[in-house]
Design a protein around this ligand. Structure first.
Ligand code: FAD
Length: 300
């Protein structure tokens, strides 16, 4: 397989919580579109708690922009029938990229319940739905992504278990993976080495968070069950004002972005939190090579 001359570029958005947030999100989307990303991912609440808002955002991307959406889906708390239904609905609506996730367990549970318990089973289910639509999908198969962890997933016993699970997701039919938040070059490099040694061959796209808000980083790390980088957090806390903090955070993210690209990352996935500024600042400083007119007939 010959590698693309251009690193992949993508952004993550979450569905708006109300109509005010929706207005400002449409502006964010417009600004991100100017950078011609390869795809834009749309998060999904565990058990589909914000399903209609997610579908609304996907519809906006498909109908009002040139952007290609990657729809996150979670299987925890849903029945097999419900999952088939949502996958079919998205495929019928023109979505061709799905990120198959388990989702976090509800408070107090230590084991998943239900018919589809882990992400590898969900990938298999998506492939089953897809195989029933081969004729409709003649112009392009579904691309299925999964989560990968550079820092141990809190329910896993070890980093090796995380990689064994990633291999199982690839065996089930995953095409690519996107990582959870991490802080150091060595976190990503370690994941790549472990994954390749274990036989994982799919691209592992690093998910980068602009390190501009210590509060947000603490919250995200709590949610993901990982430790924030102490040195970075201290430097952010000690910055003399918001401007200094932002510039330090953008600088640290750019440094990490360059480092992971040097390690062989296939591209960069930027978490935006629906605000374009920090992600665009990171992107500008990274100066990623982009195709002249990505996705347009001009380049054919
Ligand atoms: P899995 O791959 O199923 O793994 C979950 C845990 O179970 C791991 O500890 C794994 O080691 C273990 N495990 C897996 N298979 C087995 C097995 N057969 N037997 C025993 N143990 C097993 N969450 C949302 O709710 N909405 C989102 O939109 C969302 N987007 C995300 C995007 C990215 C890029 C990432 C990295 C995460 C995202 N998450 C999202 C969070 C994700 O749902 C959680 O991290 C969740 O706890 C695990 O999901 P998973 O798909 O990795 O699960």
């Amino acid at each position: 397989m010959s590698p693309s001359a251009y690193p992949a570029l993508s952004f993550e958005l979450y569905p708006p919580r109300n109509s005010e947030a929706q207005e400002s999100l449409w502006t964010t989307v417009q600004r991100l579109e100017e950078t011609r990303p390869d795809f834009v991912s749309v998060t999904y609440g565990a058990a589909g708690s914000n399903r209609e808002a997610a579908i609304g955002l996907l519809r906006h991307l498909l109908t009002d922009t040139t952007l290609k959406p990657l729809a996150h889906l979670t299987c925890v708390g849903s029945t097999r029938v419900e999952l088939v239904e949502i996958v079919e609905r998205l495929l019928d609506g023109g979505v061709r990229g799905l990120l198959a996730l388990r989702g976090d367990l509800p408070e107090g549970r230590t084991e998943p319940s239900g018919e589809i318990r882990y992400a590898d089973e969900f990938v298999r289910l998506i492939r089953e739905v897809e195989s029933g639509r081969t004729a409709q999908l003649a112009a392009g198969k579904v691309s299925v992504g999964v989560a990968a962890y550079a820092m141990r997933h809190p329910e896993s016993e070890s980093l090796e278990q995380d990689v064994a699970v990633l291999l199982a997701k690839e065996a089930a039919g995953a095409d690519f993976a996107i990582t959870q938040i991490f802080f150091r070059r060595s976190d990503y490099a370690g994941l790549l080495t472990r994954a390749r040694d274990a036989g994982v061959t799919i691209p592992i796209i690093p998910g980068l968070i602009p390190f501009t808000s210590p509060r947000r980083l603490t919250k995200l790390c709590d949610l993901a069950g990982i430790e924030p980088d102490r040195d970075l957090m201290a430097r952010l806390e000690e910055a003399e004002d918001d401007d200094a903090r932002r510039s330090l955070g953008v600088g640290a993210t750019v440094e990490l972005g360059r480092a992971v690209l040097d390690e062989g990352a296939p591209g960069i996935h930027l978490y935006t939190f629906n605000q374009p500024t920090a992600a665009l600042d990171v992107l500008e400083a990274l100066d990623l090579a982009r195709p002249p007119e990505a996705g347009s007939a001009v380049t054919l």
